[in-house]
Design a protein around this ligand. Sequence first.
Ligand SMILES: [Zn+2]
Ligand SMILES: [Zn+2]
Length: 172
Amino acid sequence: MTEYIYQPGTALGEAERKAEHEQRMIELQTSADERQIEREQAARFHSVTVTTQLDDEGTLDECRRVDQVKFTCTAPAEAECRTYPDSCGCESFAWNEARTHDIEGHPRTIGNECWMQGWFDNEGAVYVGDGVDDMRDDYVPAVNRTGLVVISPIEEWIEWDWFTPSVAGSKS
Ligand SMILES: [Zn+2]
Ligand SMILES: [Zn+2]
């Protein structure tokens, strides 16, 4: 009678590891797809209007520059982007299990100003789409445009790009 002893590195171990790895890849893809869907859902409510102005028109110095970058959130009061512990002062927060308070005990409130608004109002939003103008702090090119946007929070600022719909999971 032989006893089976599990040895890492045996054929069985390899197969298991491979299966585990594949499972992990599927999970990663699924969460990437979920994030993409989340971003696309949020994008329905978030738009930017860039207006420009022509300086020194008709002269050799003529140049177009960005006049205003205006962010608008049209999400309903209970939307994720307008739900956070109101003026709690915490640098970041995590909800308690019941999602009624943050873990510091500050009550969750809906109907706040969209959290992204402040970043645009305080020059904390950086454009990362096509045609960036790196002479500007916010990289926004001087092109009149309005449209939906996707936002990615980075640690000390947020990045935004024009929204291009894609079907999650069928990316090439
Ligand atoms: Zn708090
Ligand atoms: Zn919003």
